[in-house]
Design a binder for this molecule. Structure first.
Ligand SMILES: Cc1cc2nc3c(=O)[nH]c(=O)nc-3n(C[C@H](O)[C@H](O)[C@H](O)COP(=O)(O)OP(=O)(O)OC[C@H]3O[C@@H](n4cnc5c(N)ncnc54)[C@H](O)[C@@H]3O)c2cc1C
Length: 376
């Protein structure tokens, strides 16, 4: 199926099923409610076939261009049927599973994620390791029966809902840096795992601390080879900065339009609005090119850091405008609409942190793309 045909068919189907797929946001949905609704939307779109397009047949997909799944996420987020952050975890984690898991494992697991039967999380960051990921210390020790994992992860989004985790562990010496890292695919119900949600300022406790205490992981759950974890991470991070950001950009357009439709006369100036639209379109133009490169089979890399910088800038500009325009409501309102804007305004501060901070993205652009300075 080509993109124009897919778009028209998806749009028709979403129109016909809008009543079931649109959450009833009489008030701000809790994260439990958002997750339950996300599962419903994924199940319905998977069973109708739409969620399967753009994914390889060997993992339950129907094949076709990756642009198809880019469009589905765009349509669902722009229609406010799903929240982009939780929807797009699939885009972050599934491609790397397909690239690095044993084929039978990927064939069993990926359809569960696509259909919303399971939630997965990404266990990379640690209390002492965020930007400097190569220094991570959560240890996996080789035994006769498999790996034994001990250590801690933090800021692990959706870990409290997750059945599986793509986990980076240290299997080499502490000095081995990026060469001593191994990626594992861990069942979250394995004895020895403790998950503690972290309270967030925007009211949706989406991420957690995760503790591993002698957690047994079979060797078959190694993603790639022992010591290849850095390559897995470098494969995954560009996905976190490509299709999932495309979906987020579509959502921001929609929210900006919503805000402008509701903003009191004179609440915001035309030039400020123009500036924000310009930033959103700059991101969209850049991300569109990235979606096409992905569809053409190119391997994404450091250049996706540009997409991340543009998205984070546009997201914060959008919500700065909202915060200025709806100042009293955003700060003080206790109705459902104000609550939702307040939550989103606060969450927008995270845009320059998640998926790699703004400073780190600029370092990558300077060093790897512009060849300025050194990597140290
Ligand atoms: C909403 C949200 C969801 C997240 N979800 C996940 C998840 O699911 N899984 C996961 O593993 N992680 C997740 N993270 C963690 C995220 O990846 C890290 O927060 C991020 O990489 C920054 O790492 P850090 O918090 O350790 O900050 P640090 O690395 O300690 O950085 C602190 C500050 O110093 C700056 N800095 C650090 N090093 C340099 C340098 N070399 N040059 C210039 N400036 C520098 C940073 O830009 C930042 O401003 C999430 C974070 C957020 C906010």
């Amino acid at each position: 199926m080509d993109l124009p045909e897919y778009r028209a068919a998806v749009d028709r189907w979403l129109d016909d099923n809008a009543a079931d797929l649109t959450p009833d946001h009489g008030r701000t949905a809790t994260l439990d409610e958002q997750m339950a609704h996300l599962s419903l939307v994924k199940r319905r779109t998977f069973d109708a076939g739409w969620m399967r397009w753009g994914w390889p047949e060997r993992v339950g997909g129907l094949g076709g261009s990756t642009l198809l799944r880019g469009y589905l996420g765009e349509a669902l987020t722009a229609r406010d049927m799903v929240e982009p952050g939780i929807y797009s975890m699939t885009e972050v984690l599934a491609p790397t599973m397909i690239d690095y898991a044993a084929p039978e494992l990927a064939a069993t697991m990926v359809p569960r994620l696509l259909r919303g039967d399971e939630t997965w999380c990404q266990g990379f960051s640690e209390p002492g390791t965020g930007s400097n990921l190569a220094s991570l210390s959560c240890r996996a020790t080789r035994t006769d029966d498999g790996w034994l994992v001990t250590g801690q992860k933090v800021w692990t989004s959706l870990a409290q809902y997750a059945q599986r985790c793509v986990l980076l562990t240290r299997t080499g010496t502490p000095e081995s840096a990026h060469r001593g890292i191994t990626a594992l695919f861990v069942d979250m119900d394995t004895p020895g795992i403790t998950v503690r949600p972290i309270e967030t300022m925007h009211g949706l406790d989406e991420f957690c601390e995760v503790f591993f205490d002698d957690v047994a992981v079979p060797f078959e759950r190694t993603l790639g080879d022992e010591g290849q974890g850095w390559a897995v991470a470098m494969d995954l991070l560009p996905f976190e900065r490509s299709t999932s950001l495309w979906h987020r950009g579509a959502y921001l357009h929609r929210r900006l339009e919503r805000f402008l439709a509701a903003a009191p006369d004179g609440a915001v100036g035309a030039s400020e609005v123009g500036e924000v639209f310009q930033q959103l379109y700059a991101f969209r133009a850049r991300s569109r090119a990235t979606q096409h490169r992905l569809a053409d089979g190119e391997r994404l890399g450091a250049e996706t850091s540009i997409d991340k910088i543009l998205l984070a800038t546009a997201e914060q500009a959008t919500y700065d405008l909202v915060a200025d325009g709806l100042a009293d409501d955003v700060l003080l309102g206790d109705d459902a609409t104000s609550e939702r804007w307040r939550s989103e305004v606060l969450y927008s501060r995270a845009a320059t942190i998640y998926g790699g901070s703004a400073e780190i993205q600029r370092n990558i652009v300077a060093r790897r793309l512009l060849d300025l300075g050194t990597d140290r």
